[in-house]
Design a binder for this molecule. Structure first.
Ligand code: GLU
Length: 493
């Protein structure tokens, strides 16, 4: 059976930082488009000028690229269905509003905002859902047209059917039936001549040939309106998919500003722009996002290509997903282990550089096998591997003192270890381990005590990758120098 190529779009509003939810929507849109040989679009929905934040559009484009979700059409790449920024499409919406007015599906409304506010207040007092009271709905169309032509301030409202009910079909949730009398005459065109989402998105999805509208479940409330608008134009409906909401890590309630702040404090974020800085990889983030709303059985570690292969809109789930940052750690660490050595080296280099280390590429390649298994985030490379790029290390004096020994005894161990190392032509495992082990035996100390002093002396830290492999990379000369330095520190204690 051949599948029809899907055209999908992610349509964020540039009103703030790009959120994980947008990343997840974009991912599903991308997967469906690639799976079916179709196209994935970026459309910028910027018709609410008061909420537009400078730089947000660029952040969205950068975020999608960082994730590896390159769109086939969009504001900065063009395409046959552009423009892809809604403020560049005003005339299109105005023309479409006119079509609905002329066909009797919409009408101009001249009501003053302060009167509407009063009506709203009264409705709220009566505990009714605030809705337009219909004053302009029944104006004589010719009279209304004259007032519009004379330049009177107005908006355009959708004339929602008042009888019967609307059945809207969501691919994940089935038929959703709403009594039309519960629906409002929503605004389609505002006084500034710009459309609301309800008009703009419907027009664009049609004009851009979108086959599947994948969006957040916050749009379920106005979903009946949207299908009515599409039907009023006489267009075919796309397949509608409303994704699940994200819940806070505890699973109780939606993520709040406070939860976001807590996440940041713990080294996590819900904004795509922070992810790289925090040491997360696009692969880890995508894998994590993918599974918040997509039920994948068995092996759930997937690259983007594997996701394309396995994706199906039928396995998306409408149940809410708790944002679990431990899972992000898990996927990130897992993907780090899958990268080739050269790839991981290239990804780690900026983190070392950011900390001011002068990175020798040969050394970097050599340390990858030693630190890879220890990394959860890429920036963990600093704590596990920073000492490889230092000229000198400055271990804390108390760390050099082995458990159960005092400074003097530890200095003696360090001196003996130094002599043993200095007597060898290199600091390889084969050469150094046997004589050091022999020393452990004869001294009656434990391996932990001896190797612990050695480790702190040459790496400057108590936790490090395997000692001998590390020493080999550091090199004989530097190791001996660091040992000497440590002996000095211990002797001065
Ligand atoms: N601009 C809308 C938003 O940011 C897009 C919703 C949609 O995908 O249709 O929520």
């Amino acid at each position: 059976m051949s599948i029809k190529p899907a055209r999908t779009r992610v349509a964020p509003s540039p009103t703030g930082h790009m959120h994980l939810g947008t990343a997840r929507t974009a991912l599903y849109c991308y997967l469906l488009a690639k799976k079916t040989g179709g196209q994935f679009l970026l459309r910028i929905e910027d018709t609410d000028l008061s909420r537009t934040v400078p730089g947000a559009e660029q952040e969205i484009m950068d975020g999608l690229r960082w994730l590896g979700l390159q769109y086939d059409e969009g504001p900065d790449v063009g395409g046959a269905y552009g423009p892809y920024r809604q403020t560049d499409r005003r005339e299109i919406y105005q023309a479409h509003a006119k079509i609905l007015v002329n066909s009797g599906h919409a009408y101009p409304c001249f009501c003053a905002p302060d009167r509407l506010e009063k009506v709203r207040q009264e409705q709220m007092k009566r505990k009714e859902n605030p809705r337009y009271d219909g004053t302009c709905r029944n104006l004589d169309p010719e009279e209304a047209a004259r007032r519009v032509a004379s330049g009177e301030n107005h908006i355009v409202r959708f004339k929602m059917p008042q009888e019967g009910s609307t059945t809207a079909h969501d691919h994940l949730r089935g038929d959703i039936v709403t009594e039309n009398k519960q629906l409002n005459d929503y605004v389609l065109l505002k006084t500034d001549g710009l459309p609301t989402y309800h008009l703009a998105a419907m027009v664009d999805d049609h004009e851009m040939g979108i086959t599947h509208v994948i969006r957040g479940s916050e749009w379920l409330g106005t979903f009946p309106l949207h299908v009515n608008v599409v039907r009023a134009f006489g267009w075919d409906e796309p397949i509608w998919i409303h994704l699940s909401v994200f819940l806070k890590p505890s699973g109780k309630g939606k993520m709040s500003k406070r939860d976001t702040a807590t996440a940041m404090k713990d080294g996590y974020s819900i904004f795509v722009k922070d992810m790289g800085e925090l040491g997360f990889t696009p692969e880890g983030v995508l894998n994590w996002c993918a599974l918040m709303g997509w039920g994948v059985a068995e092996d759930d570690v997937m690259t983007l290509d594997q996701m394309v292969e396995r994706f199906s809109i039928d396995s998306l789930t409408p149940s809410p997903a708790a944002v679990n940052f431990q899972k992000l750690d898990h996927f990130n660490a897992t993907h780090i282990r899958l990268f080739t050595t050269a790839d991981l080296a290239a990804r780690l280099k900026p983190y070392f550089t950011r900390e001011g280390f002068n990175v020798d590429d040969d050394v970097l390649l050599k340390i990858i096998p030693l630190i890879r298994e220890r990394l959860v985030t890429l920036d963990d490379c600093i704590s596990f591997g920073g000492f490889f790029f230092k000229d000198e290390v400055t271990p804390a004096a108390e760390d050099l003192v082995a458990k159960g020994l005092d400074a003097k005894q530890s200095a003696e161990v360090a001196r003996r270890a130094y002599q043993i190392l200095a007597a060898q032509p290199d600091v390889s495992h084969e050469k150094c381990e046997p004589p050091l082990r022999a020393y452990v035996e004869e001294s009656g100390l434990s391996a932990n005590q001896v190797f612990g002093i050695l480790r702190v002396a040459v790496t400057g830290q108590k936790v490090s990758p395997p000692l001998f492999e590390s020493m080999e990379i550091i090199g004989r000369e530097k190791c001996l120098q660091r040992m000497q330095n440590a002996i000095g520190v211990l002797e001065r204690m």
